[in-house]
Structure formats: structure tokens, C-alpha cells
Design a binder for this molecule. Structure first.
Ligand code: HEC
Length: 147
């Protein structure tokens, strides 16, 4: 293959990728947190479960440091710890919560709490609720610097 043809083909492939990208982003659940991956109703439901089951340790404003010296779930320290990690990891981090009483919280309540945590961390709400489906949560990267 001559260099000229290789360049032409690479340019074509690039063109196709750019053309397809917006289609992929709108298909199914939004692929980026910036697009809004939960609803305000869901975050409100999550808040009431959080206030009931989590706030004694993680504190009302998610700043942490209550019973058991629980880590913060919002703010600078949380941002630093979770930058670049995924919503799937964050969801997994709630599965053993509340410690010793994890069976008192359903999967739906957990994902609602995640929606609430995202809202407090100022990620935008959108049209569809977040689902407790690891395959859909994995592509959602937490980035606090670009939103
Ligand atoms: C009795 C106190 C207590 C309660 C209640 C509690 N937590 Fe925790 N949580 C902790 C402590 C302590 C840690 C840090 C140690 C650990 O990860 O086990 C923690 C860690 C976490 C983490 C970080 C896990 C990680 O992988 O870094 C998340 C997320 C979390 N809790 C969410 C929740 C949610 C959601 C609830 C309510 C359903 C909840 N917690 C209720 C004490 C608590």
C-alpha cells in the first residue's frame, strides 16, 4: 500500500468514527454523567432513604465523619478519592452498607441513593432514571474536574 492510499484510508476511517459518535451517545442510556443519567424524582427518593439509613454516619450533607468515622460522599475529599472511578464502583461501595444491615436496603433504594449522591455532587439530572445494572453503570466515569 502506498503512503498516499494509507493516509486516505485513515482519513476515511476517522470520518466514519466522527459520524457515528453522536449516534452512539444518544442510543439507550446516556454514556456520560454530564448528559444527565438520573431523574430529580429519583434523587428525591434516594435522599429520603439516605436520611433514614446512611446519614447517621455519612452525615446529612454527605460530608462524613459521623458514627464510625464514615468517609464523605460529596465535597473535595470525596472528589479526590473518586476522580476517574466509575458509578459501578460507587454502587459496589454501597452494597455492604449500612454495615451489618445491608439487607435493609433494596437494589432500587441503593441506586436511588446513588442518584442522590450524584445530585449533591452537582452532576445534572436528566430524563431517565439510573438503573441498578452494572453494565450500564460501568461506562459512567466520575469526573469532578470536567462537568
Ligand atoms: C454505621 C455507620 C454507617 C452507616 C449507617 C452507613 N455507612 Fe457507609 N461507610 C461507613 C464506614 C465506616 C465506611 C468506610 C469503611 C468501609 O468502606 O467499610 C463507609 C463507606 C462507604 C462508602 C465508600 C465505600 C468505598 O468503597 O470506599 C460508600 C459509598 C458508603 N459507605 C455508602 C453508604 C450508604 C449509601 C449508606 C446507607 C445505605 C451507608 N453508607 C451507611 C459507615 C456507615
Amino acid at each position: 500500500m502506498t503512503a498516499k492510499i494509507a493516509v486516505a484510508m485513515a482519513t476515511m476511517a476517522f470520518g466514519v468514527a466522527v459520524y457515528l459518535a453522536p449516534v452512539a451517545a444518544t442510543a439507550g442510556q446516556a454514556a456520560s454523567l454530564a448528559d444527565g443519567v438520573y431523574t430529580t424524582e429519583q434523587a428525591a427518593r434516594g435522599k429520603s432513604v439516605y436520611d433514614d439509613k446512611c446519614s447517621v454516619c455519612h452525615v446529612d450533607d454527605l460530608s462524613g465523619g459521623g458514627d464510625g468515622m464514615a468517609p464523605s460522599l460529596a465535597g473535595r475529599f470525596f472528589n479526590k478519592t473518586w476522580e476517574g472511578r466509575t458509578v459501578a464502583e460507587l454502587y459496589a461501595g454501597t452494597v455492604m452498607m449500612p454495615p451489618g444491615e445491608e439487607k435493609t436496603v433494596s437494589d432500587q433504594e441503593r441506586i436511588d441513593i446513588i442518584a442522590y449522591v450524584l445530585s449533591v455532587n452537582k452532576f445534572p439530572a436528566g430524563a431517565a432514571p439510573l438503573e441498578a445494572d452494572m453494565a450500564k453503570l460501568k461506562p459512567l466515569k466520575l469526573s469532578f474536574t470536567q462537568k
